[in-house]
Design a protein around this ligand. Structure first.
Ligand code: NAD
Ligand code: UFG
Length: 339
């Protein structure tokens, strides 16, 4: 089976490529390397002992996307390419709507033209908006919420586009996978999250403090209604997440239809718990300071993962210790990422 992974050179995409290759599938990667490195793909080959085909193409380049479908007999698409910086999306919403919505339309139009009707989409827990406390753990059948930023709305709208495509033609099979908070790295330490600039997310920031690049962690908010006052999230090891995609391919071929599914662990950890788990992993104390809450942040949420277990026969295997161990292993072995 030949799988096109858009955004396959990125953090999550590169881990998906490893799992697909290890499951014996052929992999074609489309990526413009906007937020990724060619080295990631070399390392994917190194880990898997297999090769893949890479097209350095912008997803907005319609002729370029068409050329891939003309040349390769693609069976299924995993669509992970896109822009994902929440803060930047607030400052430049047009860029986010153009790339994330336009990119999806380019891909689905070429799929349609070539009779490819199997797609897995990298969605996000952000589509739940700001849930009520009694909605947690979050289940897929809760109505989608009001997103607090344009990035979130692009995920919300991309889910709607794919749902409508399936409704119009039920031969289309679509798995909309709602990722919770992917962290960690491949256990080899060869691929991981190559953070450029000041990290916006918690784990890359903690890693940079641990490696000595930044003086202390800022903990955004200590007065949330949570056991220790810091915000709670459902962190999931990126390898577990990637394996969920292999299971989703099975689902597309063996069951088919429209699947909306959470990928998380079902367990929430606070910011302080994550800092302490990382301290254990790196063997040193990490300085932190409490600052005010970050605008738009939600106090606590985590996934109900029963649907993934039922439909995909998938549950996350790794816990917080392995997540922090592998994040630290990647950071330690690649202090400057792929550079
Ligand atoms: P990433 O930035 O590492 O990966 C995205 C990839 O898309 C990159 O390799 C980038 O170069 C590529 N890309 C960006 N614009 C492109 C364009 N115009 N044409 C072709 N390629 C382009 O991010 P990631 O964390 O690996 O995220 C992958 C997907 O998962 C994204 O769609 C993201 O929104 C989604 N997601 C991520 C998280 C998270 O916390 N990391 C959570 C939920 C959902
Ligand atoms: N946090 C800090 N200090 C930091 C960074 C983050 O205290 O330096 C806190 C945040 O306030 C939040 C928690 O750590 O409470 C996690 O923050 P992240 O930025 O790592 O992750 P988010 O939960 O805010 O969002 C992430 C992705 C989104 C995605 C969402 C899906 O960034 O794109 O998960 O659940 F939509």
């Amino acid at each position: 089976m030949k799988i096109l992974v858009t955004g396959g050179a990125g953090y999550i995409g590169s881990h998906i490529c490893v799992e697909l290759l290890q499951a014996g599938m052929e992999v074609i990667v489309l990526d413009n390397l906007y937020n990724a490195s060619r080295k990631a793909l070399e390392r994917v080959k190194q880990i898997s002992g297999r090769t893949l085909t890479f097209y350095q193409i912008d997803i907005m380049d319609k002729a370029g996307v068409r050329n891939i479908f003309d040349r390769e007999s693609i069976d299924c698409v995993i669509h992970a390419a896109g822009l994902k910086a929440v803060g930047e999306s607030v400052e430049n919403p047009m860029k986010y709507y153009r790339t994330n919505l336009g990119g999806l339309l380019n891909v689905t139009e070429e799929m349609q033209r070539h009779g490819v009707k199997n797609i897995i989409f990298s969605s996000s827990a952000t589509v739940y908006g700001d849930p009520e406390p009694d909605q947690i753990p979050l289940k897929e059948d809760f109505p989608k919420g009001t997103c607090s930023n344009p990035y979130g709305w692009t995920k919300w709208m991309q889910e709607q586009i794919l749902t409508d495509i399936h409704m119009a033609d039920p031969e289309w099979n679509a798995a909309l996978l709602r990722y919770f908070n992917p962290i960690g790295a491949h256990e080899s330490g060869l691929i991981g999250e190559d953070q450029r600039g000041i990290p916006a997310n918690l784990l890359p920031y903690i890693s940079q403090v641990a490696i000595g690049k930044r003086p202390y962690i800022q903990v955004f908010g200590s007065d949330y209604p949570t056991p220790d006052g810091t915000a709670v999230r459902d962190y999931i090891h990126v390898t577990d997440l990637a394996r969920g995609h292999v299971k989703a391919i099975d689902w597309l071929y063996n069951k088919g239809g429209l699947l909306i599914c959470n990928l998380g662990t079902g367990r929430g950890y606070s910011v302080l718990e994550i800092i302490h788990a990382f301290e254990k992993a790196c063997g040193k104390e990490l300085p932190y300071k409490f600052t005010s809450r970050r605008g738009g942040d939600i106090a606590a949420y985590y996934a109900d993962c029963s649907k993934a277990a039922r439909e995909l026969s998938w549950t996350a295997e790794y816990g917080i210790e392995e997540m922090c161990r592998d994040s630290w292993n990647w950071q330690r072995k690649n202090p400057d990422g792929y550079q």
